[in-house]
Design a protein around this ligand. Sequence first.
Ligand SMILES: C[S@@+](CC[C@H](N)C(=O)[O-])C[C@H]1O[C@@H](n2cnc3c(N)ncnc32)[C@H](O)[C@@H]1O
Length: 242
Amino acid sequence: MSERPGTLADDSENDPFGGRRLTSHERMSGKPWDASYSDGPAPWDIGRPQPAIVRLASTGAFAGAVLDAGCGTGENALLVASLGLPGLGPVLGVDVAETALEIAREKATRKKVNNREIKVEFAAADAFQLERLGRRFQTVLDCGLFHSFDSEEQPRYVASLASVTEHDGTVYVLCFSDQGPNTGPHPVSQETLRAAFNPGNGWNVVAIEPDRVHTRFHGDNGAPAWFATIKRIQTAGMGGPK
Ligand SMILES: C[S@@+](CC[C@H](N)C(=O)[O-])C[C@H]1O[C@@H](n2cnc3c(N)ncnc32)[C@H](O)[C@@H]1O
């Protein structure tokens, strides 16, 4: 096996990381993300959509093609796809954890609205290489992914998001916040969000509201969170909308 730092590149048959660069979380834990799903529900996998996403969806905020980046077992993507919202395009959930994707696909086959299967797709993809999808999205959801990345990864992830978000499209980020007691792991500050998504790299942070992220270990009220609404904008020198 040839190894570059932070990668397990060439032994793809036995490589639980699929040849991609390891994330900071995987380096710290020594395990692929997939391992979180192999032994019962992961700590964040609450078996229902996050209440903040349910609320958001009820406002009709999901429009056009939708990407759920780091979709896990698909609860949020399944909710969005099942609402039959006017103007909603295809819903795609992506993750690096194959076990989570299998669970998500299985849920999708069981979920019916008006006796019809809902239209949602789950695919393996690396959030750092979203341009490889060859698709663009009007709405992107990040529920618990941004906060898992360190300061070196965040700009690479945001650039990857930029490559697939339509001009004037919206990214919603729900992440652990650094405010209040009982914070989740890797809490994020408002400043971190504003630095990652800024006008210089083609983003306008429209709002960052306090919210909650529910987990299997934070009790009924969940953990403090930020809910960020971020628009993709065009900046000088970026050329016209594609
Ligand atoms: C905290 S979990 C949140 C899962 C889901 N959004 C939810 O709310 O249940 C983060 C998810 O991001 C996935 N993930 C981590 N790094 C990723 C990457 N580079 N590309 C795609 N997915 C990734 C993990 O496998 C995991 O499913």
